[in-house]
Design a protein. Structure first.
Length: 342
């Protein structure tokens, strides 16, 4: 396929204190979320200085990705658009249209398939194109990469580095909790989110030869009505259930690509507080961020589409995800009210 631009698509986040409320209002537009709940989430951002680091993290990723593509003689401009905050997708699509872009390939910064992590991004891209009008370029999306060998390797490297912070004599008994964003069970029933997460965790654990009894997939960042069932166990509940039986727990935010606000607050503040009260030595592994193997993978995802290569590298029990998502994937019933963050 002939592409003349790359579009990096991210969630977006506020960059200063007075953007927090407008950002959350934008995220929650059309959703039945009490304002009190929104203000509660706003306090998380204020605790972190009134901003999310996600935009700076995307800028850093684009910088190293652009450099890597130049080294591989792939001369495509990289544009960046967010779902929920500036630079917004519609503004970016307008700029791409003005620049004469004819067809773009989107790198959505999400490894797993669910409504909010895949389908909604595709819908937002199409909505932005409709806003721009008939001259807006078509935008194709790269495949999901939860089982790409370089994604697994990058996560394994970050987890291995975290193990180095456990006292040598206790490393063989340290527990590993892989965390991901919880979603409503009604969402999970209509997608492969849980299966994909479990596969990535298993592959990373096997790479590091971690005993299956010593690792577990848990969830964080649950929101919405208490009456709505969401994926469990919650990470803080998991820690409480240990009842001081374990002194070392490494938490690996496998479901996230960068150390943004949800990772920083939910793990480094809330979970760290619970761990401290329980006497647990909680060690947080870094996300893949700009790890060289992760950047290498992004380049591969671009390259396989530029060349129409039939090769789609994967490891594990599942094959590669399709370049085009099935029409019925990741559909959802009536959405429970929730407050996503970045």
């Amino acid at each position: 396929m002939n592409y003349d631009a790359i579009l990096v698509v991210a969630f977006g986040g506020p960059e200063k204190k007075d953007e927090v409320i407008p950002f959350l209002e934008n995220v929650l537009r059309g959703r039945n979320v009490p304002r009190e709940r929104m203000l509660e989430v706003a306090e998380h951002y204020y605790h972190l200085g009134g901003a999310s680091p996600i935009n700076d993290q995307v800028r850093a990723l684009i910088e190293v990705l652009d450099r890597q593509l130049d080294e591989e003689e792939v001369s495509l401009p990289i544009y960046w658009g967010n779902r929920n905050w500036h630079p917004l997708l519609a503004d970016t699509l307008q700029r791409m249209t003005d620049d004469g872009v004819q067809r773009a390939l989107a790198l959505v910064l999400s490894a797993f398939g669910s409504y909010s992590s895949c389908r909604q991004y595709r819908q937002d891209i199409e909505r932005a194109r409709e806003t721009v009008g008939p001259k807006a370029p078509p935008v194709d999306k790269t495949r999901l990469f939860y089982n790409h060998p370089d994604f697994v390797a990058a996560n394994a490297a970050q987890l291995s580095a975290a193990f180095e912070r456990v006292p040598t004599e206790r490393r063989e008994t340290a527990l590993v909790a892989f965390t991901a964003h919880s979603i409503p069970c009604s969402y999970a029933e209509n997608c492969d989110y849980e299966n994909q997460l479990s596969e990535t965790c298993r592959l990373v654990a096997e790479t590091l030869q971690i005993d299956p009894q010593l690792w577990k997939l848990v969830y964080q960042s649950r929101s919405g009505r208490p009456s709505d069932p969401w994926l469990e166990p919650d990470f803080c509940d998991y820690l409480r259930d240990l009842k001081n039986a374990q002194s070392d727990v490494i938490v690996m935010p496998i479901g996230f690509l960068s150390d943004h606000a949800e990772v920083l607050y939910d793990l480094d503040v809330e979970a760290a507080t619970v761990a401290g009260e329980l006497g647990i030595n909680l060690i947080r592994a870094a996300t893949v961020g700009t790890h060289p193997r992760f950047v290498r993978m992004l380049c591969d995802l671009i390259g396989e589409r530029l060349t129409d290569s039939p090769v789609r590298p994967t490891i594990g029990r599942h094959g590669p995800s399709g370049d085009v998502c099935p029409a019925d994937c990741c559909k959802i019933p009536d959405r429970p009210a929730a407050v996503p963050r970045s």
